[in-house]
Design a protein around this ligand. Sequence first.
Ligand code: TRP
Length: 339
Amino acid sequence: MEKVMLTGDRPTGRLHLGHYVGSLKNRVQLQNSGEFDQVFIMIADQQALTDNADNPQKIRDHVAEVAMDYLAVGVDPSKATVFLQSDIPEIAELNMYFQNLVTVSRVQRNPTVKAEIQQKGFGESVPVGFFVYSISQAADILAFRGTHVPAGEDQKPLIEQANEIVATFGRYYDPNLFQPIELVLPPKGMERLVGIDGRGKMSKSLNNGIYLADDEDIIQKKVMKMYTDPNHINVADPGQVEGNVVFTYLDIFCPDKELVASLKAQYQAGGLGDVKLKRLLNDVLQEELRPIRQRRLEFAKDPAQVMKMLEEGGRRARQTAAVTLSQAKTSMGINYFNR
Ligand code: TRP
């Protein structure tokens, strides 16, 4: 059986450190592992429009930005087909057939979508396209006969629902066309990086992120603002390590685990100041992000070239999706002209 990896992001903003540890890093490793026959990475601009219909400019502005973030972290167009969802009409057509396999009550109780509807305060005024994006996401994956989706825990309900579509399609039409999809979670502890304010996971809406495109000064300023232990006022005071964002980040990013352990002991005993710790974290993060930023700056010099990469990826992706769509129609017995 072919192993096909597919994943994607909504282009509603630049990618940050949370995306990096929770998904991008893992994705690049999988891309380079040689484990997959094909790798697809999709910029989900249509899904992004489902709750931004009044502001397509926001989506348009971030397409190349996200593509540059990909390239900067090591997504390699010679190994991965990177493309735009809106460039592949076959996905939308497959989505239409899938919509007949899913009930309103099923989409309504998808926990991820339900939580988003609540978060965004949509209530009954949820756009239909948003309400049913779980079905279109199944089409995103299955148009390429994806078997493995590296993504966060939050995507689990979407993969579950996609697998129900696989099963129903199998029962109604053809059990062999689509295979069950496996969610590939990030390594333990990397699932949801806390934001620099310690209030929740890093996200654009909470304005608590460190972005892959941030320059050295901005990174340093953000590190210096980071949430630590509010009761650790004097250097000599004993401090809390749990919930202390600086330690959370050191645990993830500092390669010297022994050093981190001894700093924790010192901090808890008292006598280690926040500024000293933050300087260390700043060095560690700068080290990690510098090569990414430098690569990103190179790609940013030539956005037309980046768009060309997406265009070329779209051409290849479309060939695959067209074959799947044709086969799906054949399975359904509606491929009247065998196209
Ligand atoms: N829902 C994903 C997100 O919000 C984006 C996405 C769209 C996706 N289509 C996909 C992820 C297919 C994995 C596979 O981040």
